[in-house]
Each structure stands twice: as C-alpha cells, then as structure tokens.
Write a protein that binds this ligand. Structure first.
Ligand code: C5P
Length: 219
C-alpha cells in the first residue's frame, strides 16, 4: 500500500511549503491540488466560460482532460508556463469559485489519485484527508489565525513582485475561507482522524518538525 500524508487547511496556513518540504525530505511525490483548481479556472476563463453553475458541465469536461504537467517548480498548461499566472489573488478567488462546482471536483479526482506512486505521496489541499485519500497514513489539518495568514500572504506576494494591500488581502482570505467552508461538497474541515496544528506562533521549520514527529510515530 503506497503511503500518503495529507496536509489540509485554509488559505495561507503554510501547508504548501510544509507539504513540499516533507515530500523532499522523504523523497516522496508532491501533489499541489490547489494548483489544479487554479488551472481549471484559468482554462475556463480562457475558453470564454464564466465560472458559475450554468457552465458547470462544460468546465467539468475541460477539467477532465486538462493538459496539465508538473515539471519541478514549473506548472504547464499545454506548452505554456502558467506558474506565475495561477498565483495571483484573483486566480485564487477564481479557483475557489470553480472548486464549489461538484462536477468539477469529481472530474479532478482521477488526476489527483494518479499522483499516488511509489515510494509515497505528500498531498496538499482542502479535502485530501476527507475525500481524495481517506485511507492516508497521516492526516494533518494546518491552521493559523487570519491576521497571521494575511501577513504571510502579504510577504509572499510582495516577494514575488505583486502589489498587495493588507486590508484587501484579509478580506479576500476571509471571503475565500467562508466559501470553502460552506460549500455543499467537500467543505473545508478537518478529517475525523486528522491531527490539528495551529501554527500561528510556529516557524515553518517548527511546523515541519512537528509533522515529522507525528510521521515517525506512524511507522
Ligand atoms: O491551496 P490554494 O490556495 O492553491 O487553493 C485555491 C482554491 O482551490 C482554494 O481556495 C479552494 O477553494 C480550492 N481547493 C479545493 N480543494 C483542494 C485544493 C484547493 O477546493 N483540494
């Protein structure tokens, strides 16, 4: 049975960084499931499809045959490098809207399962432990206060050369959390068997260390 570690949690909780570091440390594959929703939203908008329930079937069809490739740090849609295009706040908000459409979520299941390959997988998202890999060996739900997460997102955007305003960021975060937590399918919530870690006052290194200890305990 191929081992899976799930790191779920809200926007800017640090799960992406933590998941990537664990994957590297273990030599495991890494699944950034949020990127799939971001790319689906981008592909839909580029095809002229508004992201709403009226276009659910069409967007799901698009998601089903998404020509996406992960090459190290680079994410390709067809032949185009969309790594930066999908990282804007707007792309995140569009991803959140597209991810509330049940048929789209369903269409992306097989693609995500495909990442479970030897020697193992670290998966980062919202529903990795609840829906996609319910039999994962370790499930972590990573959270942090809204203030702390807005601060982190701000730093991250500025370092990438994007403009960002704290007030707007915080409002965006809260709107995204609210949508992700109240949608009808796979709402953002810890799996019953998840270990919850509030890392508001922890560094990334300390967070990785805690998850590492939990992982060792499962061996
Ligand atoms: O993690 P990231 O910010 O890239 O995710 C973008 C959006 O995609 C989230 O706000 C969420 O709505 C959606 N998402 C999801 N399920 C996942 C990963 C992301 O619904 N497993």
């Amino acid at each position: 049975h191929i081992p899976v570690i799930c790191i779920d949690g809200p926007t800017a909780s640090g799960k992406g960084t933590v998941a990537a570091r664990l994957a590297q440390r273990l030599g495991y594959h890494f699944l950034d499931s949020g990127a799939m929703y971001r790319i689906t939203a981008l592909a839909a908008l580029r095809s002229g499809l508004a992201i709403d329930a009226a276009h659910e079937a069409q967007i799901a069809a698009l998601a089903q045959s998404l020509p996406v490739r992960f090459e190290g740090e680079r994410i390709l849609l067809g032949d185009e490098d969309v790594s930066s295009a999908i990282r804007t706040e707007e792309a995140g908000m569009n991803a959140s809207r597209v991810s509330a459409l049940p048929a789209v979520r369903q269409a992306l299941v097989a693609l995500q399962h495909g990442f479970r390959r030897v020697p193992g997988l670290v998966a980062d998202g919202r529903d990795m432990g609840t829906v996609i890999f319910p039999d994962a060996r370790l499930k972590v739900f990573l959270t942090a206060s809204v203030a702390e997460r807005a601060e982190r997102r701000h730093k991250q955007l500025i370092s990438k050369g994007f403009n960002a305003n704290m007030q707007d960021l915080r409002a965006d975060l809260e709107a995204r959390d609210a949508r992700d937590s109240t949608r009808s399918v796979a709402p953002l919530q810890p799996a019953q068997d998840a270990l919850v870690l509030d890392n508001s006052h922890l560094t990334i290194e300390q967070t990785v260390e805690q998850v590492w200890v939990w992982w060792q305990e499962r061996q």
